[in-house]
Design a protein around this ligand. Structure first.
Ligand SMILES: O=P(O)(O)OC[C@H]1O[C@@H](O)[C@H](O)[C@@H](O)[C@@H]1O
Length: 287
C-alpha cells in the first residue's frame, strides 16, 4: 500500500487497478473517491452521508488499449466517431501524470496532466491537457487544453459522466424539456419533446448550456450539474437490447445509470499557444 499524502483531514493512496493500471484512492473526512491515472478517469465519488454518485460497471475492463466503462470517461480530442477512428478519441486510453495534490479541511484537490504530440494520425498536433479535480461535499472538474503547436487545431469533447440512479424509469431531467436536440438513433435533427423518464434507448445531443438537475425521487436525491463553457448536454442510455451486445456492461447494468455529459460536440478551434477550458461542477441535494 502506498500512501502518497496524508494529514488529519484525509489521505490519498496510489494502488493497482486490475493487473495493469494504477489508481488514486481518496479517503477524506467529507468524501471517498477513486481516480484512474489511465484515462484520467474518475471512477467514484461519494460525499459523506450520501450514496455513490457515479456508476461503474461490474464488467469494466482495466486494460491498456480499452476504455473503462463507468465513472467519467474523457472523450477528447473528438466526441463520437471521427472519420475512420473509433468513438471518443484517445484521452480515455492514455496515461495521465499526477501534477498537484492538496488535502485541505474541506477538499482534496488533484491535478493530472497529459502532454503529447502526434498521438493519433487523425490528430497530429501537440497539446497539453490538464484536469483539475476538487473532491469534497461538491465535485469540480476543470479541463484545460493548451495548444503547444504553431498552428491552430480543433477538438470536440465530453465529460462522459455515468450517474448512478435507482432506475432510469424513476428519473427526470426537467431542464432538458423543450431544449432542442439531435437524435443520434433516428438521425432526426432539431427535435424537441418532454421526457417522462430516461429509460433507453436514448442517444441525444442537446443544444443547451443551462445547469441540469437529475431528479431521482426513489433515491431521494437530485444531482445538480453546473456546466462550464460547454454548448451541449449528451443524454445516453443504451436500453436493454444494445446493452446486451456490450460485453463490459454487466447484466441489467443499463437499469442502474444515466449518462448526462457536459460536451462540446461541434468542433472548437484552439489557436497556437492558446489555452481553453471547460468543465462541470456537481452537487447533491436531498429531496
Ligand atoms: O461505447 P462508448 O464508445 O464508450 O460510447 C458510448 C456512447 O457514448 C455516448 O456519448 C454516445 O452518444 C453514444 O453514441 C455511445 O454509444
Amino acid at each position: 500500500m502506498s500512501v502518497i499524502q496524508e494529514n488529519s483531514f484525509g489521505k490519498v493512496k496510489q494502488l493497482p487497478l486490475g493487473s495493469e493500471l494504477e489508481q488514486l484512492v481518496i479517503e477524506h473526512n467529507v468524501c471517498q473517491a477513486r481516480l484512474s491515472l489511465y484515462g484520467g478517469q474518475v471512477l467514484s465519488w461519494q460525499p459523506v452521508d450520501q450514496k455513490e454518485v457515479f456508476w461503474l460497471s461490474n464488467g469494466a475492463l482495466y486494460q491498456n488499449g480499452k476504455a473503462i466503462r463507468g465513472g467519467i470517461p474523457i472523450c477528447w480530442p473528438w466526441f463520437g466517431g471521427y472519420e475512420s477512428a473509433g468513438n471518443h478519441g484517445f484521452a480515455r486510453q492514455v496515461l495521465w501524470q499526477l501534477s498537484r495534490l492538496e488535502i485541505s479541511e474541506e477538499t482534496v484537490l488533484i491535478e493530472i496532466v497529459w502532454q503529447g504530440e502526434a498521438q493519433h494520425e487523425l490528430w497530429p498536433y501537440a497539446a497539453k491537457v490538464t484536469q483539475r479535480f476538487v473532491f469534497g461535499l461538491q465535485f469540480e472538474q476543470h479541463f484545460t487544453i493548451e495548444n503547444l503547436g504553431l498552428k491552430e487545431f480543433a477538438y470536440t469533447g465530453a465529460l462522459h459522466s455515468y450517474f448512478s440512479v435507482s432506475d432510469p424509469e424513476n428519473v427526470t431531467v426537467p431542464g432538458l424539456d423543450g431544449a432542442g436536440f439531435d437524435c443520434k438513433i433516428t438521425g432526426n435533427k432539431q427535435q424537441k419533446d418532454k421526457l417522462n423518464n430516461v429509460t433507453g434507448p436514448l442517444d441525444r445531443i442537446y443544444y443547451s448550456s443551462e445547469a441540469m438537475t437529475i431528479v431521482d425521487r426513489q433515491a431521494g436525491r437530485s444531482i445538480v450539474l453546473t456546466p462550464i463553457n460547454v454548448n451541449n448536454w449528451v443524454l445516453w442510455n443504451p436500453g436493454r437490447e444494445t446493452a446486451q451486445t456490450m460485453n463490459d456492461i454487466h447484466d441489467g447494468g443499463e437499469n442502474e445509470y444515466v449518462c448526462l455529459e457536459a460536451a462540446n460536440t461541434d468542433w472548437q478551434n484552439v489557436n497556437a499557444g492558446q489555452l481553453v477550458k471547460f468543465g462541470q461542477v456537481i452537487s447533491i441535494e436531498s429531496i
